[in-house]
Design a protein around this ligand. Structure first.
Ligand SMILES: C[S@@+](CC[C@H](N)C(=O)[O-])C[C@H]1O[C@@H](n2cnc3c(N)ncnc32)[C@H](O)[C@@H]1O
Length: 336
């Protein structure tokens, strides 16, 4: 859910909701997995149709309250677990005939606005950035990792061109004081030679830290593989991405399973000539002008989906190899 301010109150806008519903057609019933429950925007829109069932996950335990409410409203048709989607296979879903598995990546408005999470450069106080079920916080990253490690995180996860100078200045600054959100934002503003007048100067560094702290790369890869495995024939995998790094991963995964031979190299040649999934639309769906007007923060959302063609569960993928350079950076966090 990417939402925006409407006067003094705020309204939730589940991103690309109409597009999602037209793909998964819950009006015909079925079981769906909502891997990123958030404020339950997608889940609710599915459950209002009879004969549907939703199993939802979210790593943020603060979503439990909303889940309890929906659970009371749709008794026996909604089940929630405070888990990460990399743990999808723990749910023992093999017996379920799943019609669709949905990932709406990124952060909800509630999370961005939650001062205790410290996700935004406007947050006051401590650097945190943990979405839930994490191993370390951004404070530890900024105050403990060395210059070279920080530079890599900023460069590869934030695509920040001035990563080296920013990392260097962080090391200098932290000799004098512990770095919190405000100190970090001021430091980035002072360090950057090329000022950005369209977005906040700290945007890219904050994106990099959020990806690193939440291990978003391996979470996504594990989640996608588990989802693709657990689906039966005609089951759909739908992903909404929010930044170019995650979109690159999803795009590669979808292409590789729908364009290359993906069944198994151990099967006879005759059975190998098919791909495991098909992509009905090659281009991602993006917000309409109407949605952009109502919710400007939906602007970078992209929805991609693919449909499984076979009841086959153990496919080959080279996605870990392809994105090994990113996983290696993520692994720097293992020492924290
Ligand atoms: C953009 S919001 C989803 C909004 C939801 N579609 C709605 O309509 O209300 C993303 C949610 O995914 C959750 N999330 C992000 N990464 C996750 C992960 N690896 N495992 C489980 N939940 C995750 C976040 O905590 C957040 O609540």
């Amino acid at each position: 859910m990417k939402a925006t301010m409407v006067q003094d109150t705020f309204k939730h806008y589940p991103v690309l909701l109409n597009e999602l519903i037209s793909i998964i057609t819950p009006q015909h019933g079925g079981t769906f997995i909502d891997c990123t429950f958030g404020q339950g925007g997608y889940t609710k829109e599915i459950l209002i149709h009879k004969n549907t069932k939703v199993i939802a996950l979210d790593r943020d335990k603060k979503t439990q309250k909303k889940a309890d409410k929906i659970s009371n409203e749709f008794e026996g048709r909604f089940f929630f677990k405070n888990k990460k989607f990399s743990q999808l296979e723990d749910l023992k879903l093999k017996k379920e005939n799943i019609k669709g598995i949905i990932f709406d990546l990124g952060y909800s408005y509630n999370q961005i606005k939650d001062p205790t999470k410290g996700l935004s450069f406007n947050s006051v106080g401590e650097l945190n950035m943990q979405m839930g079920l994490n191993d370390f916080s951004a404070r530890e990253v900024i105050n403990k990792l060395n210059e070279e490690e920080l530079e890599k995180i900023f460069k590869f996860f934030g695509e920040e061109k001035e990563s080296k100078r920013i990392a260097k200045n962080i090391i200098q600054e932290r000799k004098i004081k512990k770095i919190n959100t405000k100190i970090l934002v001021d430091l980035i503003n002072k360090t950057k030679r090329k000022k950005n007048f369209k977005i906040n100067n700290a945007t890219k560094i904050f994106q990099a830290l959020r990806i690193f702290v939440n291990k978003e790369i391996s979470e996504l890869i594990k989640g996608l593989i588990s989802a693709a495995k657990v689906l039966n024939k005609d089951g759909m995998l739908i992903v909404v991405t929010f930044h170019s790094l995650e979109d690159k991963i999803v795009k590669y995964f979808f292409k590789s399973l729908s364009e290359k031979i993906s069944v198994s190299r151990y099967l006879p040649i005759i059975e190998q000539s098919e791909t495991l999934f098909k992509m009905p639309e090659k281009k991602p769906k993006t917000p309409t002008l109407k949605e952009l007007k109502e919710n400007p923060s939906s602007r970078s959302a992209k929805l991609r989906y693919m449909v499984k063609k076979k009841n086959f569960y153990d496919f080959e993928t080279d996605i870990y190899k392809k994105f090994e350079y990113l996983i290696n950076i993520e692994n720097i966090g293992n020492k924290l």
